[in-house]
Design a protein around this ligand. Structure first.
Ligand SMILES: C[S@@+](CC[C@H](N)C(=O)[O-])C[C@H]1O[C@@H](n2cnc3c(N)ncnc32)[C@H](O)[C@@H]1O
Length: 381
């Protein structure tokens, strides 16, 4: 869920906006129909109208759609933009459209359900010769010499001012990637590409690639830097490469388990995988560094964001397939709310009933109503 300020930051990113506007100008013919997946505060829907779209379906599940509606009205576009307050995957449109525009990416295009949402929208919303903006993204990975970026992952776990041994967290931290602002001089070995995410043909949310370098410039390496090059169609492109004009996306830093001194001729190989599990991706990056002269393996790291979350054995046990839970008081309370919602009772009446039945669990009747409203928003239509 983005704040209004975050949507403002996206619009303030002139590089991103200029690329999208140019791409929309090329893609939209007068009278065209457009679907804007994840309209947020409505910027792409409005631009599509300015580029000549006759009607735009602006889809957004979050409350940002309310200011989007006001913005459309304030600009005389209220009749042409049809707002739909849902996830695109639960929407049925009255027609197939000429253009689908979206920017559901994060630091990398593999963010939550971005790719499955585009696959679904392409299949169900787009005309046979319709246009997707963006058309494709290519994730690029370089080996980085970046002591400053690495520091954030090991401080304070390996060094702190209090004489405490906190290395238990180092393993967690070096298995998590983070957004960073990488500079051109962080790139030690040049970028290589993962298979392109071609939105016109992609059929899977997952991405994997095998990357290899022969070291041409010696130096201390700390991990991988990742970004994406975007192709919005009609030769409109942008890149988040370190050293390129800064865009909102930034770069991703995947730390290695420890820094490695690379010597000229060394072979570095990385196997990188992003697998969508539930709501977000599990990233795995396996690295091998082989000494060119002796053939000796000098680094062999197996890292994964799966190990980057502090999971206690008790938490894992509670999620295992053979665990048999008993419903706690919160569960019984929510079950009652869902049963009453299913009987089509008004929210106020449900709040009264659960407040009476669970007086110790809900401090006030207002708290009961808030809880009922939360569940109703999530599961009700
Ligand atoms: C990065 S923001 C982009 C906002 C705006 N389109 C822009 O380009 O400035 C992505 C928005 O997409 C929404 N979103 C993500 N997946 C979606 C989906 N499948 N259907 C509709 N909205 C979605 C999010 O709630 C968020 O508001």
């Amino acid at each position: 869920m983005y704040s209004v300020a975050a949507y403002g930051d996206m619009i303030r990113d002139r590089g991103r906006m200029a690329a999208y506007l140019t791409a929309l100008r090329h893609a939209i013919r007068p009278g065209a129909s457009v679907a804007d997946i994840g309209t947020g505060t409505g910027i792409m829907a409005c631009l599509a109208c300015l580029c000549g779209a006759d009607r735009v379906y602006a889809i957004e599940p979050s409350s940002a759609i309310e200011p989007a509606r006001a913005i459309a009205r304030a600009n005389g576009l209220g009749e042409r933009i049809h707002f739909i307050e849902k996830m695109s995957t639960s929407v049925t449109l009255p027609e197939r459209v000429d253009v689908i525009v979206s920017d559901l990416r994060g630091v990398l295009p593999l963010l939550q359900h971005h790719v499955p949402s585009i696959i679904d929208a392409r299949r169900r919303f787009l005309k046979p010769n319709g246009v997707l903006v963006p058309r494709r993204d290519v994730v690029r990975i370089a080996v980085a010499s970046a002591p400053d970026l690495y520091e954030r992952h090991v401080t304070p776990w390996e060094r702190n001012d209090y004489g405490l041994d906190m290395r238990a967290v180092s393993r967690i931290e070096t298995n998590a990637w983070r957004k960073c602002r990488a500079r051109a001089d962080h790139v030690l070995l040049p970028p290589q590409s993962l298979p392109a995410l071609d939105y016109e043909t992609v059929e899977t949310a997952n991405l994997a690639g095998e990357l290899r370098w022969e070291v041409a410039a010696a130096g201390e390496a700390h991990g991988l830097v990742g970004w994406f090059d975007a192709d919005l169609g009609h030769d409109v492109t942008f890149t988040n490469a370190p050293g390129a004009p800064e865009l909102i996306y930034g770069q991703a830093f995947f730390p290695w388990s420890r820094p490695v001194t690379l010597l000229i001729g060394d072979a570095v190989s990385v196997s990188l995988r992003a697998i969508l599990v539930g709501e977000d991706y599990v990233w795995t990056w396996d690295t091998r560094v082989v000494d060119a002269t002796t053939g000796e393996t000098r680094a062999d790291f197996h890292q994964s964001s799966f190990f980057g979350a502090p999971l206690s054995p008790a938490t894992l046990a509670r999620r295992s397939a053979d665990h048999v839970p008993t419903l706690n008081e919160d569960g019984r309370l929510d079950r009652l709310i869902l049963e009453l919602l299913d009987e089509h009772a008004p929210l106020g009446r449900i709040a009264d009933e659960v407040f009476a039945k669970f007086p110790g669990r809900l401090a006030t009747r207002e708290a009961a109503l808030a809880r009922v409203a939360d569940l109703s928003t999530r599961y009700g239509d």
